[in-house]
Design a protein around this ligand. Structure first.
Ligand code: ZN
Length: 273
């Protein structure tokens, strides 16, 4: 399985970085993106090749950053169903409304995508301890995939985060710190600890590979709709990594000619409070 990654790039200042080394943010403070040789992917991969592979997000391996298949930590994540919402669509006068049911992923959320990719790539690059703040779901996912990978995982979350996520972290053997405050307070604690102990900072948008896992959401929607783009995608956002990933996926698919026409409108919704 050859890697098609060429380098990491900064979308703000255009600096580039060697993808074979561990990086967090750009020197300018912006998140780094993974760049691929899309011409080579276009020549060596095909829709038929993808369709013949097992139904996990790793069926899009050419679009993902792990080069050694032995390093892939997969628990069956991805390729979740696209369900027609007939009744709801009728009520809103949207006859072709679909739901991507990502709650069927391991640990119950789409965070499994980012964790599978992020943990796999961190291990491939020689990282042994990762740390992240979380409102809940991501902590459970990274604890789970970290356990499967043999990595030490340190998680900080607000003390009123869902009990299920606290239990997940503990059951999967992560070190869990409950913080009296918000996720931003948990983030400050992790930032200090990363400095102090030399752990790898796996916070949202502070390492390049979570987005790559979330990108598979966009790849799957395209494949499951017969490589026809929908008019619009409505996305419930927390940190926003998923919607960036979907956008990257659709751009890459268009660039290699697997989809054509306009890209869908992206509509982001976020919970109040
Ligand atoms: Zn930069």
């Amino acid at each position: 399985m050859p890697s098609f990654v060429t380098h990491l790039s900064c979308p703000r200042c255009d600096l580039t970085y060697d993808a074979q080394q561990v990086h967090n943010l750009c020197a300018c403070g912006a998140p780094l993106l993974v760049e691929y040789d899309l011409d080579r992917i276009g020549r060596q991969a095909s829709k038929a090749l993808v369709a013949a592979r097992p139904p996990t997000m790793w069926r899009y391996q050419e679009f993902l950053p792990v080069s050694d298949p032995q390093q892939i930590v997969s628990l069956g994540e991805g390729f979740t169903p696209l369900l027609p919402l007939g009744n709801l669509g009728q009520r809103w006068n949207l006859p072709h409304l679909w739901l991507k049911e990502d709650g069927l992923n391991p640990t119950g959320s789409f965070k499994a995508r980012g964790a599978s990719c992020g943990v796999s790539r961190a291990r491939e690059l020689g990282v042994t301890e990762v740390a992240l703040p979380t409102a809940g779901n991501a902590g459970g996912a990274w604890a789970c995939y970290g356990a499967a990978a043999g990595l030490r995982v340190h998680v900080a979350m607000p003390k009123d985060a869902p009990l299920i996520n606290q239990l997940e972290c503990r059951m999967f053997g992560a070190e869990l710190t409950l913080v009296d405050g918000l996720i931003s307070d948990a983030g400050r604690l992790i930032a200090q600890q990363v400095q102090q102990y030399g752990w790898f900072d796996a916070s949202t948008l502070k390492e390049p590979y979570r987005i790559e896992g979330k990108k598979t959401l966009g790849l799957e929607v395209a494949e499951q709709m017969g490589w026809q783009m929908p008019d619009a995608i409505i996305y419930p956002a927390g940190g926003g990594v998923g919607i960036i990933g979907i956008w990257r996926a659709l751009q890459q698919l268009r660039q290699i000619g697997w989809v054509s026409g306009d890209l869908p409108r992206l509509i982001v919704v976020q919970a109040e409070g």
